[in-house]
Design a protein around this ligand. Structure first.
Ligand SMILES: [Zn+2]
Ligand SMILES: [Zn+2]
Ligand SMILES: [Zn+2]
Length: 343
């Protein structure tokens, strides 16, 4: 069983995924090394994955057969296990929670296409619909506090990857530190200004225009003022909302369009770099649990997607200090990406 362990000094939780580590080969499943023929995510290979949890598929087609457009399956090498009760324990001064959670893979296309930039916006929107379905389903499980939806594309270290477009989600029994920091920061700003900091950022950036990468129906893409990474780009809904799962069907399409545009610009302008993105949204608000940062969360927090091209390596100074050194000004990055042709 994996474990969540809390660092007693700064309160950061880590997942010790013991079982994964015991299978070093399993950590690097790389079907692309074997080619498309062996890819478990292609249509017709449904038997190679665990049983599907959810799919958008052609009417009349059965689960785990052909005919799907997007498909959600449990990870074959999960960081956390779905079965079991959550138990908090103390081991002397250390806190530990058994590693209960969900780890799912959202396969974003039945075709063997790797980059989401090469899918059309309608197809990307279907993937977003899957995120929402799974998020709402996991929200009913009172064991979980947060769902992190994310994508890793390519490999910064140049290893072979699966070569098939997919995103992942991990549901955790605690709210991660990074999320808490954002929630607390947003609440602090709101307490003082009575406005959402993200809405204020959108307003100011739109006025000055220096760090806007793209603006379109429903969404804006910005290079954040204090970017940690070169060409870091955030996509924010222009309309305020703390919970991405409330997104309208229309906005799913607009988000799909914006993701395609931004990732397409990275691909064309930066030579198809590896990248990651993470979706930051309000944690589950189960009535039983109460945390200070929920009181005004509907008004103070604003969900968004953070995209990080993996162009630099995090090294000693960053690890040592939590400081990031960004080798290009976000104003320059935004100007460059604005001019690069999208897809
Ligand atoms: Zn494939
Ligand atoms: Zn807002
Ligand atoms: Zn964020």
């Amino acid at each position: 069983m994996p474990e969540l362990r809390r660092d007693p000094i700064i309160g950061r939780w880590v997942i010790i995924a013991v079982e994964r580590a015991r299978r070093p080969k399993g950590m690097r499943i790389s079907p692309s090394a074997a080619g498309e023929k062996e890819c478990p995510f292609c249509e017709g290979k449904e038997g190679m994955t665990p049983q599907e949890i959810f799919a958008i598929r052609r009417e009349g087609t059965a689960a785990n057969t052909r005919g799907w457009q997007v498909r959600v399956v449990p990870s074959r090498t999960p960081f956390l296990k779905i079965e079991g009760e959550i138990t908090h324990r103390g081991k002397g001064l250390y806190d530990v929670i058994n590693g209960v959670g969900a780890h799912e893979v959202i396969v974003e296309t039945p075709q063997h296409i790797e980059n989401i930039a090469d899918l059309d916006e309608v197809q990307i929107a279907k993937g977003i619909t899957c995120w929402i379905h799974r998020f709402l389903d996991l929200a009913r499980d009172e064991r979980f506090k947060y769902v992190q939806i994310f994508k890793n594309y390519g490999s910064p270290s140049g290893e072979a990857t699966t070569g098939h477009a997919r995103s992942q989600l991990i549901a955790t029994p605690i709210t991660p530190k990074r999320i808490k920091e954002e929630l607390r920061g947003a609440k602090r700003y709101f307490d003082y200004h009575e406005r959402c900091v993200f809405c204020d950022i959108i307003r100011q950036e739109t006025e000055t225009d220096k760090r806007v990468v793209a603006e379109a129906d429903g969404f804006i893409a910005l290079a954040p003022y204090a970017s940690r990474f070169p060409f870091e780009t955030w996509i924010l809904p222009k309309e305020h909302g703390c919970d991405f799962s409330h997104m309208s069907v229309e906005n799913r399409l607009y988000l799909g369009r914006m993701i395609k545009k931004i990732i397409g610009k990275l691909k064309n302008g930066l030579d198809d770099p590896p990248y990651s993105f993470v979706l930051h949204t309000a944690p589950f608000r189960h009535p039983k649990a109460k945390a200070g940062y929920w009181k005004t969360i509907e008004d103070d927090y604003h969900w968004h997607l953070e995209i990080i091209p993996r162009l630099t390596h995090t090294a000693g100074f960053e690890w040592g200090t939590g400081f990031y050194i960004c080798p290009i000004a976000p104003e320059e990055a935004a100007r460059y990406l604005r001019e690069v042709e999208g897809p």
